[in-house]
Design a protein around this ligand. Structure first.
Ligand code: NDP
Ligand code: MG
Ligand code: MG
Length: 341
């Protein structure tokens, strides 16, 4: 069983005694900054010149500084800009302003794990990674709950990095749900694998193939959309509540029998072999290099793939149908401009 941390394990006064710079005010950034502030922690937000996020942070009464000034004025720096910009931002604005005794925090281990960022001597390096999107991290905190977090320490220069990381995790509400002790390596590799093989890549492709097979066979796209995309949430909710067993208990015997006999034919052992290849390419850095090289070149491949995804016929059908389902809330509509999840 993994080692877990709960609120009783944390001393909130540790983080309350520090000054935290939150770099970036997007999905995670706004949630960390606001939850820390509401937990009695001194927070400043570091943003680039002309940042479109600055107004939102100021509207919350937060102090917004340049990234360099935020780092200078703080002794804990949480980097919550997108993974692909962290290395450049670190080299130009963050690293030159770090001093011995500071702590560098992350919500994902990518840049440390793949060597894009190396902290100077005397600086603690830790991670508090919520296992959910930032908007949920904030909403749960406000409602008196929390999103579970992974907690790791890569460099314990002060000898007190764990106390600090656990205190930070409590202050953003994560220990109300529970923190799992992990390492940067485990968090990074499993996070990338999960999103590529199952949660995002695997699921998106499964849904699109299902939709394609039905519509190419002449069935109505609206019906195909419900069967292959919309009902997925109902099934996943059952899995979250009671595992695959509860999902199978709730569905009809017809569906359950079909699950057993057809599931392993769709997702055949070949798929498991493909997943192992994906994992190997994550571990040896091939995926990280592919992503960062493309980003450094202005993201031509990323943008082309994003455009292609948006053209899939399932998106047009879905847009029309969701317009008829007034109970489906779509409040975070920034995604049409391509904001990452
Ligand atoms: P976002 O894409 O939401 O971050 C956007 C913020 O970063 C904005 O405030 C933006 O400011 C700022 N930013 C973008 N580019 C730059 C730049 N070049 N220089 C300075 N600031 C910049 O990030 P996420 O919250 O999605 O991710 C942050 C970290 O959290 C990542 O390490 C990610 O892996 C991790 N994480 C994310 C989760 C999520 O649900 N999103 C879940 C768990 C971990 P501007 O307005 O100026 O563009
Ligand atoms: Mg991720
Ligand atoms: Mg059905």
């Amino acid at each position: 069983m993994a080692e877990m941390f709960y609120e009783d394990d944390a001393d909130l006064s540790v983080i309350q005694g520090r000054k935290v710079a939150i770099i970036g005010y997007g999905s995670q950034g706004h949630a960390h900054a606001l939850n820390l502030r509401d937990s009695g922690v001194q927070v400043v937000v570091g943003l680039r010149d002309g940042s479109s996020s600055a107004a939102k942070a100021k509207a919350e009464g937060l102090t917004v500084l340049s990234v360099a000034d935020a780092v200078k004025q703080s002794d804990v720096v949480m980097i919550l800009a997108p993974d692909q910009v962290q290395r450049g931002l670190y080299e130009s604005e963050i690293q030159p302003n770090l001093k011995s005794g500071d702590a560098l925090f992350f919500a994902h281990g990518f840049n440390i794990r793949f060597g894009y960022i190396t902290a100077p001597e005397g600086v603690d390096v830790a991670m508090v990674a919520p296992k959910g999107p930032g908007h949920l991290v904030r909403r749960e905190y406000v409602d008196g709950r929390g999103v579970p977090v992974l907690v790791a320490v890569e460099v314990d220069a002060s000898g007190k990095a764990w106390d600090l990381a656990i205190s930070y995790a409590a202050a953003i509400g994560g220990l109300r749900a529970g923190g799992i002790k992990t390492t940067f390596t485990e968090e990074t590799e499993t996070d990338l694998f999960g999103e590529q093989a199952v949660l995002c890549g695997g699921t998106s492709q499964l849904v699109m193939y299902g939709f394609e097979v039905l519509t190419e066979a002449g069935y109505q796209p609206e019906v195909a959309y419900f069967e292959c995309l919309h009902e997925l949430k109902l099934i996943v909710d059952l899995m979250i509540e009671g595992g695959i067993a509860k999902q199978r208990w709730s569905i009809s015997d017809t569906a359950e029998f079909g699950d057993y006999v057809s599931g392993p034919r769709v997702i055949d052992p070949h798929v498991k072999e493909n997943m192992k290849t994906i994992l190997a390419e994550i571990k040896d850095g091939t995926f990280a290099k592919h992503f960062i090289d493309d980003q450094d070149a202005g993201a031509p491949e990323f943008k082309a793939l994003r455009d292609k995804g948006a053209q899939h016929p399932i998106e047009k059908t879905g847009k029309e149908l969701r317009g008829l389902m007034s109970w489906i809330k779509d409040t975070d509509s920034d995604y049409t401009e391509g904001s990452a999840a």
